[in-house]
Design a protein around this ligand. Sequence first.
Ligand code: NAD
Length: 364
Amino acid sequence: MPMAAPTDVLVPAAKLESFIAAIFEGAGCDRAEAWRISTHLLGANLAGHDSHGVARVPRYVEWLQAGYVRKGQNAEVVTDGGCFALLEGHFGFGQTVAPQAVELGIERARQHGVSVIALRNAGHIGRVGDYAETAIRAGLISVHFVNVAGSTLVAPFGGTERRFSTAPFSVGVPLPDRPLVLDFATSLVAEGKVLVASNGGKKLPEGALIEPDGRLSSDPHTLYGDYPPVGPRNPANGKGAIRAFGDHKGSGLAFMCEMLAGALTGGGTAGPVKGRGRISNGMLSFYLSPKHFGTEAEFHEAGRVYLDWVLACRPADPAQPVLAPGDKEAATRAERLAKGVPLQPDTWESILQTARSLGVPEAG
Ligand code: NAD
């Protein structure tokens, strides 16, 4: 579980949530949207995925001010085939248009037993597992292929140049009282982790990056080029790439995320990029209702027996029991709800700066 460093600022979850909502209201969002964004970002921190949490606030506000992301948008149905639909996100906040896509997917899967929903041109949708969790609460299995149109950071297996986005993938499975949530980027590390390492934080795993000449690297300069000890990092300045996880298999999954979430949706793939100026998420989601399949009872029973058997596997390290997808996030959530959300001092300071720039007072 990600632990708090001694220098971290510990902020109670409820205080952080209302403060971040106030920032987005201060930036011009209506109250409901401001809270949606805040609740989602806080949720990522609570799950332990700080790279997709409130650290994103300054950048989200900059994107809003630059017109890269738009407030007050709704996902619009472009194609409606009953059990499938294509939605246009109009570059609205991902935390608004992605939940709308999920809501439609749930509604249609309840009607038809299955549904397929394509969403394109969404602002950054954040932690994809959040959407799998919504489907789980509705009793549905879901599978989500996501890409980041206009963002090339990741080299394909066997390659040395950037071709993929960090293209996340998520699957949610609703066992009673025991949600299973698989949710990860298809890059070996998230860009946020390279950023942390460049600021002197946790080092990258060996070979997380690759140089143009094919040498493996764990040096953030590979991604960012030259940079000062403190200040912004720009992946456009680096010549290397992050590697896809899992050799040819993870690389293949990233490729398919680009195909399904980028090409099929019409939102665009990671590249080639020419003057696009902004990034957006595409997401192709499948929803399945075990009830409609007629095997819900068997699914719950066999799923539970199987889960228990997997978890009973003798661990390689007795101090590290085998976990199911989503377990780590659930444990981190419980701890952070109880103790507060640890934030790196730089992260907290940049959020405070954004708040000050908008005239939003820090909640006491
Ligand atoms: P990660 O490498 O931490 O992997 C997380 C997954 O692995 C989870 O399903 C977790 O339960 C499981 N897991 C972790 N430790 C485990 C263990 N010991 N045993 C069994 N399972 C374990 O995740 P990541 O790749 O760093 O991704 C972080 C987040 O970034 C995700 O929420 C993803 O959706 C998000 N993301 C979003 C975008 C976007 O454009 N919106 C892009 C990339 C990533």
